[in-house]
Design a protein around this ligand. Structure first.
Ligand SMILES: Cc1cc2nc3c(=O)[nH]c(=O)nc-3n(C[C@H](O)[C@H](O)[C@H](O)COP(=O)(O)OP(=O)(O)OC[C@H]3O[C@@H](n4cnc5c(N)ncnc54)[C@H](O)[C@@H]3O)c2cc1C
Length: 401
């Protein structure tokens, strides 16, 4: 009997994939296309549940700007080779093949006009030849005689190699687990502490009365300057600018420029010459929403701009261009609402070529479970697609013969 026939006889799968999410399904497609006996286990009741709700139902499938500087973690260089092998263009080609109608809604950023549900259908179609078991939580994994045994409430399953594609621990109402981190730890990998990423920021500094106001700002956080739309919320700030800022270390506080691209000092000088009788809040209300203008102007709100002293002008310019919130006044939102998980399995003991563990042959990792977090804008799915495809190809190679 050939080794393949023996495996079949003993009910040994070539590849077991834990997680039928974005990366797990991409990996599955590679394995089944190469004819590997593939088992996919998922604790949820349907495939790719996060993809289904991604991009507000339109799935922001990728971003042409995907490169090292849009990814964060201890070692963002890890992404280089992976994105070179499975690029955004490759994903757009896949989307075209499946008639997902990807459309560039802002420079480089692609959403699917066919909708996120169609993306899930496409992934599902490609993975059809695998055996899927849903509503099945994997509780542990062991390895002996070069085989992996995966334990679930529905029994044990054995495979020649294992792909861990369990995602992060954010958006917990969809059902998430930290199993991926536990498996990695068990085989000697280091875990970078996790925290919520791409979520709102809570601060008592903002007035709840401002909730609902949205405007373009520049937020300085750590060594980054993020220019994007910000939404005032009932307990802090949200919207793309705040979400993106939440990826970074908030310990040293943030600075908000409410009027990026406008030289406020020059603007005041001109305004004083043209009509100095206007109050600070009226003048500022010509540049940003009136309610916000009054709040930022603070003690100067009703002062005529012509009456402002040099020191007061400096203070106002600072309040508008350099509004500072200290670290102790900032809190991340919870894992419950954050879109992604920052941190995860340290990439140092994982091959960037194959995504195989350097500590355990036949063990592969893909997707958000790794300590790589993408920026807002399609970068996280690009990461999931790319790592899923590569892990699937590597598992296929691993199980030749
Ligand atoms: C609301 C929302 C919108 C988003 N929109 C976008 C977007 O438009 N563009 C973008 O790039 N990114 C977006 N993201 C992020 C993106 O969806 C994720 O980064 C991506 O899905 C991660 O893929 P993954 O395969 O690593 O994990 P997941 O897709 O989360 O899949 C992990 C799978 O593993 C399963 N699992 C976990 N533990 C176990 C266990 N113990 N046993 C069995 N199964 C298990 C889970 O049930 C899940 O199906 C969004 C995220 C959210 C929450």
């Amino acid at each position: 009997m050939s080794p393949n026939a023996i495996n079949k006889f003993m009910n040994i799968f070539d590849v077991i994939i834990i997680g039928a999410g974005a990366s797990g399904l991409m990996a599955t497609s590679e394995c089944v296309t190469a004819g590997r006996r593939t088992l996919v286990l998922d604790m949820g009741d349907a495939p790719a549940r996060k993809v289904r709700i991604s991009g507000g139902g339109r799935c922001n499938i990728t971003n042409m700007a995907a490169s090292r500087n849009r990814y964060f973690g201890i070692n963002p260089d890890f992404v280089r080779g992976i994105l070179a092998r499975v690029s955004p263009s490759d994903i757009l080609a896949w989307a075209d093949q499946h008639n997902l109608a990807p459309r560039e809604s802002s420079p480089g950023r692609f959403f699917c006009d066919a909708g996120a549900a169609a993306v899930v259908d496409a992934l599902w179609q490609d993975a059809q030849k695998a055996k899927f078991i849903f509503n099945t939580m994997v509780v542990s994994v062991s390895r002996s005689d070069d085989l992996f045994t995966v334990t679930t409430a529905r029994g044990n399953f054995t495979g020649r190699c294992l792909i861990v594609a369990t995602g992060g621990v954010s958006y917990a109402n969809l059902g998430v687990s930290d199993l991926g981190y536990k498996i990695a730890k068990q085989f000697g990998h280091k875990i970078i502490p996790v925290r919520p990423g791409l979520g709102a920021i809570i601060t008592p500094v903002m007035d709840p009365e401002l909730a609902g106001i949205s405007l373009n700002v520049a937020i300085s956080v750590a060594q980054y300057v993020i220019t994007d739309a910000m939404l005032m919320t009932h307990n802090g700030i949200g919207g793309p600018a705040a979400y993106r800022a939440s990826l970074h270390d908030l310990g040293d506080g943030i600075r908000i420029n409410f009027c990026p691209g406008t030289d406020i000092r020059a603007h005041i000088t001109t305004a004083r010459q043209q009509n100095g009788r206007r109050s600070v809040s009226t003048w500022l209300g010509t540049i940003i929403p009136a309610r916000l203008a009054r709040w930022i102007a603070g003690p100067y709100a009703d002062v005529r701009i012509a009456d402002l002293s040099t020191i007061q002008i400096k203070d106002i310019v600072d309040r508008i261009e350099n509004f500072t919130i200290t670290g102790d006044q900032l809190n991340r939102g919870s894992f419950a609402t954050a879109e992604v998980t920052y941190g995860g399995i340290d990439t140092q003991d994982i091959s960037p070529r194959t995504l195989e563990s350097k500590r355990c042959p036949g063990l592969f990792f893909a997707g958000e479970v790794l300590d790589i977090t993408g920026d807002l804008g399609g970068f996280n799915l690009q990461w999931a697609w790319a790592t899923g495809r590569i892990a699937g190809q590597s598992a296929t190679d691993y199980t030749i013969g």
